[in-house]
Each structure stands twice: as C-alpha cells, then as structure tokens.
Design a protein around this ligand. Structure first.
Ligand SMILES: Nc1ncnc2c1ncn2[C@@H]1O[C@H](COP(=O)(O)OP(=O)(O)O)[C@@H](O)[C@H]1O
Ligand SMILES: [Mg+2]
Length: 623
C-alpha cells in the first residue's frame, strides 16, 4: 500500500487537466460508457447494503422464507451486475489509458524531432528521457487506476453519507465525528511525509545521475583508478536515499493503520450506541444492521480518495512537464522554396523528375511572374555566400562577429583556427541549425530562410564533428544518407570514403551489425563510415567538420582523391586541424574569436607571413 508517491504538484492544474482531457476527449464514447459502468458498480454496492434493512425487517423477522429467497436472488443479481461492471470498466480504462499514453508518446516524439537545437543545448538528455519514461508512466498509472477509483470513491462516499443520514441522522453524528478526526490526522501526516518523499525523490535522482555518469564514463574511471572514491561517493548517496525513504515511509506507513484502527473504534462505538437505540426503540434491527455495514464501508473510500488525489496530482505534474515540452515553439520553417531532382530534356530545358538523377534544382514559386509557369527551377550549383553574419548561441555572447565569405560552385573552402574559434558554428548556420542574429546567408542566390528546411538539409551533405552511427548494419548506416540507394551505390560510396577495404575484411562485411554508436569499430573507421554516408547522396555541397581527424594521413590522401572526383564542380567546406588536409583548398579562412582574420590560398597566406604562416611553420600551435 505504501507506494512511492511523487508529491510534486502541477503549477497550472487547470490548464494541464484541460490538455489531458483533450486527449481523453478523443475517446469520449468509451469514456462515457466507462463512467456509466463505474456508476453502476458503485450504486450496486450502496443499494445492496441498503437492502439489508427490508431483508431483516420484512422477511427474516416475520419469517417469510420464499420472499427472503426472492430478495436474496435479487441482491445476488445486483452484486453480480456490479462486479461485472467493475471488471468491464477496468478493462476499458486499461485500453483507453494505453491508447492515450501511446498517442501522447508519439506526439512527444514528433515534437522532439521538431524542436530547435537550442532546446537540446539547454536541457540534459536525462531530463528529456524522463519525459518519455517516468512522466508517461505516472500518467498511465493515474489513468489506469486513479481516474475510475476516484469516481467510484466519490460515488461511494456520497451514497454512503446519504444513506447514513437517511437511516439514522442521530447515529451519523458519531461517524462524522470520527471522520473529522481521521481527516485531520491524514492531512497532518501526509504533510509531514510529503516533505520526506520530496527529499527521497531528490536523493533518488542524485543516485541515478551518479550511476549514469559512472556507467558512461567507465573507461575514464578505470584509467584514473577512481573506483574506491566513486564507490565511497555512491555509498554516501545510497545512504542518504535510504534514510529519506525510511523517514518518508515511517510517516506514510502510519496513515493506513491509524485510519483503520479509528474505523474500528468508530464501528464499535456506533454498534454500542446503535444497540442502545434499538433497545430503546429509537431504531429497528434492520436499519441498524444496514447502518453498521455502511459504517464499516465508510473509511476505505475516504482513505482511497485522498491517496488517489495524490497520484492524480503527481500524474498531472508529469503531464505538465510533457505538455510544456510539446507547447515549446518548434523550429521556424517559413521556407517556400523546395528541392527537386531534375533532368535536362532534348531542348536543354530543365524538367522536374521523381527519380533520383544526381542533378538538383531549387523550385521557386513564382509569385512575380503571374500568368506563366507556377514556379521556376534554378539548377543547384552550390554557391554559398555569407553577408555580415552575426550570431550567438545565447543573446549575451556573440560567437561570430560579422562573417562574410563566398564559396563558388566547385570551390573547396577550408576553415582553420584554434578550438572554439567558431568553425563548427559557421557550418551549423549553413544548415540552419540555428537562426542568425543579423546578416544573411544565400544559397545559389536565394536566402536560406526562404528554403524549406528539410530540402535545404537534403541539399547539403554533412559529416559532423561528433560521429554518430545508428543501431543497424554497416550498409544500413551508409544508406542513411539516401534511403533508396542500391547495394552497388553503397559499395561505391564506401570506396570513395576508403571504407570498403576495412568493411570487406569484417567477417560479415556490409552486414556487420553495429552496436551502441559503432562501439565495435575504431574511431577512424567510424569516421570513414560517416564520410561514406555523406558521399552517397552526392549533394551539391559537402561539409566535412574534422571528418578525418582520427584517420591516418595516407588514408586521408586516398579519401581526398575520391572526394575530389565525387565533388568535381561542386562546393566543399572543410574544417581540419591538420594543415596538410587543407593545403589544396581554393581558399583558406583563418578564424579567430569568431572573425576571419586571414583569407587566401595556401601560397598567398604563406606570403602574408601572418597567423597561417605561424601555424604552418610551427611557431603557433593549434589548441
Ligand atoms: N551549442 C552551443 N551552445 C553554446 N555555445 C556554444 C555551442 N557550441 C559552441 N559554442 C561556443 O561557440 C564557440 C565556438 O565553438 P565552435 O564553433 O564549436 O568552435 P570550433 O568548431 O572552431 O572548435 C565556443 O566558444 C563555444 O563555447
Ligand atoms: Mg568544431
């Protein structure tokens, strides 16, 4: 009985309840039937007890056996109807609640995919995960049990009280006195245990957080021989948790026995006084019997009612956190320009096609050229320009201060500079992961804000700095770049990325399953796979962010050759620490503190004898 109740409270109960009800409202017919069945079950109970009075007074005392049998059959049928309704609404509510939480989960998942990256920067993974796990669980539980139990308890309480008053208002005074005592005790006690439950919850979070950290940082723990200290720390948190849990359960554990004992005393006193009433003729035996059963039944629903209210409030506060995330502003996407595959027809005109052709075009809705074609096609070449771009992840600190640059189709542009200079940030902006503060970025002459985000991202292939591989086979992971790629195209992409040779040597080749982010591969191999994944979509613009940092120079040279062939006539942005990687770039931008301090080709920069020259000659080290 003493469950671990999370005593958090929703901040805006009404709003959250309304939003939750809007989910339940989709199943309103089921809900209505459930409510009806709950009412039947509650009423059957109340009425059944009331029938004791006529059974005793009209049939048992006068000795009317056939009448008694009829009455008993009637009561039996009524209780049966109650029991069947109870079973039926339990099943129905289970279905409704599972359906509702599954709808909430999928809405939440969809919302998660639409949230801007900045949301993930400011919320921990653990926090977001617990929306899907803990919070959804509390809602399920509350919908499953508390909702119906609350309604039934309410009906039982109201019915019982009415019946008590009808049967004997004088005796009811005793019951009301004891209920008042119980109520005061429960209030007082739960206020005390709530404090400790909150503390218990906090220590539980702290212990779980610690375990998570140790599990993910296992290697580092071993490298630094940190096991004894960590164990000590764990024991401390474990002990804190134990103490808080014991205190919380001590108080909450008192509630039920005390309420039950008070209930017995109430019953005993009612029985004695009722007996005296019966003797003095103030009441009859049938009324007394039925009355006393009501008294026995009166404590449990009250106890349950207060407990269920707690569960429900906990669920609402979970729901509030979920809805809060759902109600966040999604990534803005006002773009109207879309991307399509094109082929050139006999007259040399561009023509849109459904199939994959390696040639892309931006499809611009023609609002100005009314009367002619509804849109015009601009072949995608990969001309990217930054005009005075200012950007900061937070309003307080700007990271890029007025960046201007251009990359013409077919050019390879490199960024070099110390860690934290803003290289990754620049390419995050091309992809529109974040919104710029001022300035503009154009793509083949069109402001990227006018391009639909999905299409913009489809046209830019990117190897991001943190490689991430998904659960699945190696082939699946390469195909991630373009879902309709054939086996041959996958192998071709792997060859470009120079991954083919190592994949071939694996016992299962392209069908080797990858576990947790490719843990069964070396860091360099993981990078080769991400390059293959980017290469398979043959995009007009390729972005490589430290894509070859864990790859040896010989392999890197081979990849470079493959890439140069692949990206012939297309634009490439490269970020690299190794200057040998960027030497043959058309232009090299040297970045420092969010500004381009030098730009030019390798030779030009060497001639300038500036920062690049220092880097190249080893007078100035990156990092
Ligand atoms: N997601 C982020 N939220 C807030 N600040 C960030 C974020 N990513 C990077 N920064 C900050 O922006 C600056 C530039 O980072 P970044 O572009 O990643 O550097 P580089 O790739 O050149 O090493 C750094 O000062 C870093 O602290
Ligand atoms: Mg970086």
């Amino acid at each position: 009985m003493a469950r671990n109740v999370n005593f958090s409270r929703p901040k805006d109960t009404k709003k959250t309840l309304l939003q939750l009800l809007s989910y339940l409202g989709r199943h309103k017919w089921y809900m209505l039937v459930t409510g009806f069945l709950v009412a039947v079950s509650g009423m059957a109970n109340i009425l059944g007890t009331y029938l004791l009075k006529p059974v005793i007074n009209n049939y048992i005392i006068p000795g009317d056996i056939p009448g008694l049998i009829r009455m008993l059959i009637f009561m039996g049928l009524m209780y049966l109807a109650g029991a069947l309704s109870c079973m039926a609404y339990g099943q129905m509510m289970m279905h409704i609640s599972q359906t509702v939480v599954s709808e909430i989960r999928s809405d939440l998942f969809q919302k998660t995919q639409k949230l801007p990256l900045s949301y993930f920067d400011t919320h921990t993974h653990g926090e977001l995960m617990s929306r899907f796990t803990n919070d959804v669980d509390t809602i399920t539980e509350a919908l499953n049990g508390s909702f119906t139990m609350l309604i039934e308890s309410f009906i039982t309480i109201a019915g019982t009280f009415t019946m008590l008053l009808i049967l004997s208002w004088r005796l009811s005074l005793i019951v009301f006195f004891f209920l008042a005592v119980m109520f005061v005790f429960v209030r007082f006690n739960s206020a005390r245990s709530r404090k400790y439950f909150a503390r218990q919850q906090m220590y539980l979070g702290s212990m779980n957080g610690f375990v998570e950290e140790i599990v993910t940082g296992q290697k580092v723990e071993k490298v630094f021989n940190h096991e004894p200290q960590d164990f000590e720390e764990f024991c401390r948190r474990n002990e804190d948790y134990r103490q808080a849990a014991v205190k919380a359960l001590t108080y909450s554990g008192l509630t039920i026995p005390t309420v039950v004992s008070l209930g017995y005393v109430n019953y005993a006193v009612s029985a004695c006084v009722g007996g005296l009433f019966a003797l003095s003729g103030l009441t009859d035996l049938g009324t007394l019997a039925s009355y006393l059963v009501y008294v026995r039944q009166s404590t449990m629903p009250i106890n349950r009612f207060t407990q269920q209210i707690n569960f429900l409030l906990a669920a609402l506060s979970g729901a509030e956190r979920i809805f809060d995330m759902m109600n966040q502003e999604p990534e803005v996407d006002e773009g109207k320009v879309t991307l399509c595959n094109v082929k050139t027809d006999a007259q040399g005109n561009l023509e849109e096609t459904e199939s994959y052709t390696k040639d892309f075009a931006l499809k611009v809705p023609a609002s100005d050229t009314a009367g002619s074609a509804p849109f015009r096609l601009i072949p995608l070449k990969g001309d990217v320009r930054f005009h005075q771009v200012v950007f900061g992840y937070t309003p307080e600190k700007t990271v890029l201060n007025g960046i201007s640059l251009y990359a013409k189709p077919g050019q390879k542009i490199a960024f070099v500079g110390s860690t934290g200079a803003g290289k990754t940030t620049i390419i995050n902006l091309v992809n529109r992961f974040y919104e710029i503060n001022s300035g503009s970025i154009t793509y083949d002459g069109i402001d990227i804000r006018q391009i639909k985000k999905d299409d913009l991202r489809r046209s830019l292939s990117m190897v991001i700095q943190d490689t991430h591989l998904f659960t699945g086979t190696i082939a699946d992971n390469i195909r991630y770049g373009r879902l309709d790629a054939s086996r041959e195209e996958i192998i071709e992409a792997a060859k470009v990325a120079n991954a083919h040779s190592f994949i071939r040597r694996l016992p299962q080749g392209y069908d080797t399953p990858l576990h947790s982010d490719g843990a069964n591969l070396s860091q360099g191999q993981r990078q080769l796979l991400s390059i293959a994944r980017a290469a398979i979509s043959r995009p007009p613009v390729l972005i490589l962010d430290e894509a070859t940092s864990s790859i040896d120079t010989r392999t890197e040279k081979l990849i470079e050759k493959g890439m140069d062939a692949l990206m012939e006539g297309r634009t490439v942005f490269v970020i690299a620490h190794r200057l040998s990687t960027v030497r043959n770039s058309k232009a090299i931008m040297v970045l420092e503190k969010g500004e381009i301090i030098e730009r030019g080709s390798h030779e030009e920069l060497l001639e300038q004898k500036g920062r690049y020259y220092q880097l190249y000659t080893g007078q100035f080290e990156l990092e």
